[in-house]
Ligand binder design. Structure first.
Ligand SMILES: [Zn+2]
Ligand SMILES: [Zn+2]
Length: 249
């Protein structure tokens, strides 16, 4: 995922992919700015300063023009946090971007300087969905790695994490349970193999940074496993599951 891909996914093409630091939608419905992580100060980024060499730099000229447009036309502005390869280089280049979310910005001018005050974080996928104008055929959206027909972030995360799960952890927990739901104590149905059927469940989901360790995996009957994922009382169940795990000998 590159910065230009994020810009593109938001329907905001940079004036020039090489030297532009910002991008604006052709209908002026939104603008996106590069926010250097090391330059965030007091919850804001200085997006344009007196000391900027506007004459010499196309990128800065473009940034100033876009910022003034945003202020004059009150265009919604967002920031993408980027980490510089070398903070002392001019111009800077990007080492890494924080692609999962954008920051809603309030653009304000103080003297000749223009600041972007950070308001709230918005998940990139939520923002793309809220724009509505972009359909799933949009190339930018496809580059986010979301499987077709499954455009929710959690599912996308879930399926990519599924691949890296350690089957040994799951097998161990199932074996230790001896076919009994660790929550309700009910034995699963008898399988042809002669074992009783239970399912392994990650108490804190991997998508929520849960660990793929024995201490985070519980053996459940199919009923309780479904309830853990879809039940109205799923949060209360989670607490109970943690207790069950702690009480293992
Ligand atoms: Zn159960
Ligand atoms: Zn589960």
């Amino acid at each position: 995922m590159t910065r230009n891909k994020v810009f593109e996914a938001l329907g905001a093409k940079p004036t020039n992919p090489r030297w532009s630091w910002c991008a604006i939608a052709p209908d002026h419905s939104r603008a996106v700015f590069t926010l250097w992580e090391d330059e965030i100060k007091d919850g804001q980024n200085n997006l344009f300063g007196d000391d900027y060499d506007v004459k010499g730099r196309l990128g800065e000229m473009d940034q100033k023009r876009t910022l003034e447009l945003v202020i004059n036309k009150q265009i919604p502005a967002y920031g993408l946090i980027c980490i510089a390869l070398d903070v002392n280089a001019t111009p800077r280049s990007i080492k890494e971007i924080k692609a999962e979310y954008l920051i809603k910005l309030r653009i304000t001018k103080v003297g000749k300087s223009i600041y972007g005050k950070h308001l709230q974080q918005i998940h990139l996928i939520d923002l793309i969905k809220s724009l509505g104008t972009i359909n799933s055929e949009n190339s930018g959206l496809n580059d986010l790695g979301i499987p077709r027909g499954n455009a929710t972030p959690d599912r996308a995360l879930f399926s990519s994490y599924t691949v890296i799960r350690d089957a040994k952890v799951r097998d161990y927990v199932i074996k230790e349970s001896a076919g009994t739901c660790e929550y309700c104590g009910k034995k699963g149905f008898l399988m042809r193999s002669g074992h009783h059927y239970v399912e392994a469940h990650h108490v804190i989901s991997l998508a929520n940074q849960g660990k793929d360790t024995v201490e985070n995996v519980i053996a459940l009957c199919p009923d309780h496993h479904r309830e853990a994922h879809y039940g109205a009382e799923a949060e209360a169940l989670e607490v109970e599951f943690i207790k069950c795990i702690q009480q293992r000998k």
